[in-house]
Write a protein that binds this ligand. Structure first.
Ligand code: SF4
Ligand code: F3S
Length: 325
């Protein structure tokens, strides 16, 4: 049965050149999905489509350096599994992921030489995953004989834009939890003068949000609007707990709470506040942008740990206790 065309697609010039290797349908689907992920009106789909089309036609791909320090690779996993908008269908034709230790072909000295060349050329976006240890003059994390601290100082300070992908590169994450033995910190803790830093916390970062933020930058040549902690408003502008966001809010409103794992409320999907849910004090759109297009913590029956809140490991532990509204 034919499906109705979304209005946003009808807005796009039908003669717009489509990047090679992707069907018109998939290209417009990508642009529509990104516009929705950015919480922008459908009319913006046209601008996104035109910008990406002209970028692809120019053959100029945005150079990206992805630095991984004290991390679990969860942010890379989340980014690669971003679905709708998917990463592989288009994004890799628009960016050039010149340095990523997990994904790049060169290794050892060849990989480091590529990073040096990128830094020398400038004009790149730097994405950082994992915390940067400052203790013992950076000795707790070294790559190719250099400390993460020294690499971050060199690469972040010369980037056009720095994106902290995941909580660890925002404020140190779990490695910075008390007593923080390595002196772990985020981009700005390690490189206070780093230019144009955007924080995208989450444990891990939401891949759809990261793709959307990159496409916003490709479209407008600037970062999306940020909140006071440098988080993009499109992804971190609303409370999880708000009515219409959390799928369990109707039970909160009706005073129906889970009180023990496996109790009747747990089986019926009631509100998790009594189990320590931090949804009332957490801003994130994870209720909308599920992981692997499947689920999110509260949807899976687990209270929100508040993983997008600055300092959440220390602030919100013990995770299963009530911390107030
Ligand atoms: Fe949802 Fe948590 Fe709020 Fe309950 S307390 S409605 S589970 S966000
Ligand atoms: Fe994190 Fe809470 Fe969302 S734990 S992923 S902010 S539901």
């Amino acid at each position: 049965m034919p499906t109705a065309r979304p209005d946003s697609v009808a807005l796009v010039d039908p003669t717009l050149p489509i990047p090679a290797g992707i069907s018109r349908r998939n290209f417009l689907g990508f642009c529509t999905a990104v516009t929705a992920a950015l919480a922008l009106p459908q009319v913006v789909t046209r601008q996104v489509a035109e910008a990406l089309s002209s970028l692809a036609a120019s053959g100029k791909r945005l150079p990206v350096a992805w630095l991984a320090f004290q991390d679990c690779t969860g942010d890379t996993e989340s980014f690669l599994r971003s679905f709708n908008p998917t990463v592989t269908s288009l994004l890799f034709d628009l960016i050039s992921l010149d340095y990523h230790e997990t994904l790049m072909v060169p290794s050892g000295d060849g990989a480091l030489a590529r990073l040096d060349a990128l830094v020398a050329a400038g004009g790149y976006v730097c994405i950082v995953e994992g915390s940067i240890p400052k203790g013992a003059n950076g000795a707790y994390c070294t790559i190719g004989g250099r400390s993460a601290l020294s690499i971050a100082r060199q690469v972040c300070s010369r980037a056009k834009v720095n994106i902290a992908a995941g909580t660890c590169s925002v404020d140190g994450g779990i490695a910075a939890a008390k007593p923080n033995p390595t002196g772990a910190t985020g981009i700005l803790g390690a490189v206070p003068g780093a230019p144009n830093v955007m924080h995208m916390p989450g444990c891990p970062v939401n891949g759809v949000n990261l793709v959307a933020a990159i496409v916003y930058y490709l479209t407008y040549n600037k970062l999306p609007p940020l909140d006071s902690t440098r988080r993009p408003l499109f992804a971190y502008g609303k409370d999880i707990h708000e009515e219409g966001n959390c799928e369990r809010f109707k039970f909160y409103d009706a005073d129906l709470f889970v009180h023990a794992w496996g109790d009747i409320g747990s089986r019926k999907g009631w509100c998790l506040k009594e189990m320590g849910c931090n949804g009332p004090s957490t801003q994130s759109n994870c209720y909308q942008r599920n992981w692997n297009q499947t689920s999110w913590p509260i949807g899976a029956g687990h209270p929100c740990l508040g993983c997008t809140t600055p300092g959440f490991w220390d602030k919100n532990t013990p995770f299963y206790a009530i911390h107030g509204d």
